[in-house]
Design a protein around this ligand. Structure first.
Ligand code: SF4
Length: 344
């Protein structure tokens, strides 16, 4: 394979090319990913993201990793959609904590048409606080995407989850094509996309390459690419899956960075069980965004303080506004549909 000296934005990656990146000696892969990272970002800066779940649990879908699916007995209680006022209060707190973007996540297959005006009202009021808005609500029709955009929605998260070849092993209640359709509706409505997946679900390296290839070959690279490591939750079908080798996770981050050099590559679900050393390797591999759950909305949270201490040890700092094309803190819900329960 010829040496890569440039990292153009491409949408025509072959599976063989992506697998060849995965197969590189790790130091060489990290070198290439680090080089790609530096072309678009300051590698000392990391964007910080948080979330608000506005409707938790009780989801009719069967995503095999997800404790919010009603059919699995995981101890997650279903809640109703929050009242707009309560959401706006949380948004105020996020703004006071330094956020410039606020995201709302709901564990739905897709919003019912009667839900759309309620979510639209939340979006309008959050926007009126001077915050950017982001949401993850499941599948959207074209009309729903247009309605949310009209209410002021800036970003939409919808993950591919895994390789199209492996998808049927994980989810049976919707097709991969449904996901492509939703992403297309979101793009057509003029919103930015946040789209990634989960590794460590028992997929092969070839299938991990397939997930990243599929993401990179979307018509537009997602603005943010959350790479989640499976959080095994008792009661879900994927509980008991053989743990992914941590170096394979690092390889996944590095390949995502090379394939989508100008996107934010986000460490999301599963970060709380990673060692400081593993997180440091992920930053070296090109991760430049981390996910906090709702912790940022809780002042003096020890986990938040531990993260900031790790930043200090590694010489990293929260990303500056102009570099993130938003604020240093991005209140975003990228993992509500990746098995996160702390939003409950
Ligand atoms: S990942 Fe999202 S769509 Fe799938 S079961 Fe969980 S909440 Fe429902």
């Amino acid at each position: 394979m010829p040496a890569i000296t440039e990292f153009p934005i491409r949408h025509d990656w072959s599976r063989a090319e992506v697998e060849a990146l995965f197969d590189l000696p790790l130091p060489e892969l990290l070198h290439r990913a680090g080089s790609a990272h530096r072309l678009h970002f300051d590698p000392a800066e990391v964007q910080v993201s948080t979330l608000l779940s506005v409707k938790t649990g009780g989801c009719p879908e069967d995503c095999g990793y997800c404790p919010q699916a009603a059919r699995y007995h995981t101890g997650v209680d279903a809640t109703k959609l929050m009242e707009t006022e309560a959401v706006v209060e949380k948004a105020r707190q996020a703004k006071a904590a330094g956020a410039s973007r606020f995201c709302m996540g709901a564990a739905w297959r897709s919003p019912k048409d009667r839900d759309v005006p309620k979510v639209a009202a939340m979006i309008r009021e959050v926007k009126a606080l001077g915050l950017e808005t982001c949401a993850t609500l499941g599948m959207l029709s074209g009309e729903q995407a247009q309605a949310l955009k009209a209410a002021g929605l800036d970003y939409y998260n919808h993950n591919l989850d895994t390789d199209p070849e492996f998808y049927g092993d994980i989810i049976h209640t919707r097709e991969m094509q449904d996901r492509f359709d939703t992403l297309s509706h979101v793009r057509d409505a003029g919103m930015k996309t946040c789209c990634g997946g989960i590794v460590g679900m028992g997929e092969s390296r070839r299938q991990r390459a397939g997930l990243l290839q599929t993401l990179a070959n979307l018509p537009a690279h997602p603005d943010s690419v959350p790479i989640n490591r499976l959080v095994q939750v008792e009661g879900t079908p994927l509980h008991g899956t053989v743990e992914l080798d941590p170096f394979e996770f690092v390889r996944s981050i590095a390949v995502a960075r090379i394939l989508m050099p100008a996107s934010m590559v986000r460490l999301s679900a599963g970060r709380e069980t990673m060692s400081d050393e593993l997180q440091a390797l992920c930053f070296a591999a090109g991760a430049n965004s981390i996910f906090y759950g709702e912790k940022l909305l809780t002042t003096g949270n020890p986990d938040t303080e531990r993260d900031m201490a790790l930043f200090a040890r590694l010489g990293l700092r929260p990303m500056r506004v102009e570099n993130a094309k938003d604020d240093s803190i991005d209140a975003c819900t990228t993992t509500v549909h990746a098995g996160i329960t702390e939003a409950a």
